[in-house]
Design a protein around this ligand. Structure first.
Ligand code: ADP
Length: 188
């Protein structure tokens, strides 16, 4: 199995690059953001709980997202590998993921971390909000809070995989094609 974490702040291009990478490598794409938005759309109890956090620019509680990931891995046990996008976002999530994968004897192989400066992130997110209908992308204050939450709660996850020797940093400010080429070069 090839298990990849695509890491980076909101707006760094994780979703876009994950879509390109699964096409090239035939992997399963697991995006906690997409899974949560589907739960909200379906008006499930989990979705209703998650919405309160997402609308405020805060992280959804760890047990909720860890449960979602565990179920998703169970229902795709024959996948040839997984691209994790938007997960893990806290150290507790990273520890839980490592435990789940240890059980499957298929650890994370690599964390690809995209780097984009804060001004570019805010600009990209507002632009996405104008067309995607995502309300968390439409309010500059919420966007700023998400970037703060990333710095405080999520960025330590890079060090967590860094100490395992799995972290690779990738500049993400170029075009979609430029960044994709850098990711592919690293994986080959
Ligand atoms: P982005 O990375 O562009 O902010 P996502 O679609 O990954 O977008 O996530 C949207 C929102 O969903 C986040 O702001 C957060 O509230 C919630 N979310 C997604 N993944 C997680 C996670 N692993 N842990 C906690 N909350 C999450």
């Amino acid at each position: 199995m090839l298990n990849i974490i695509l890491f980076g702040p909101p707006g760094s291009g994780k979703g876009t690059q994950a879509t390109n990478l699964i096409e090239k490598y035939g992997l399963l794409h697991i995006s906690t953001g997409d899974l949560l938005r589907q739960e909200i759309k379906d008006e499930t109890p989990l979705g209703l709980e998650a919405k309160n956090f997402i609308d405020k620019g805060l992280l959804v509680p760890d047990d909720v997202v860890i449960g979602m990931i565990s179920a998703k891995l169970d229902s795709n046990s024959n996948a040839k590998g997984v691209i994790f996008d938007g997960f893990p976002r806290t150290i507790a999530q990273a520890e839980a993921l490592d435990r789940l994968l240890e059980f499957k004897k298929a650890p994370i192989n690599i964390m690809l971390a995209l780097h984009v400066n804060d001004d570019a992130l805010a600009e990209r997110l507002l632009k996405r909000g104008a067309t995607s209908g995502r309300t968390d992308d439409q309010d500059p204050a919420i966007i700023r809070r998400r970037i703060e939450v990333y710095k405080n709660e999520t960025s330590p996850v890079a060090n967590y995989y860094g100490t395992q020797g799995k972290l690779v940093n990738i500049p993400g400010e170029g075009t979609i094609e430029d960044t994709f080429a850098l990711l592919v070069k690293e994986l080959e």
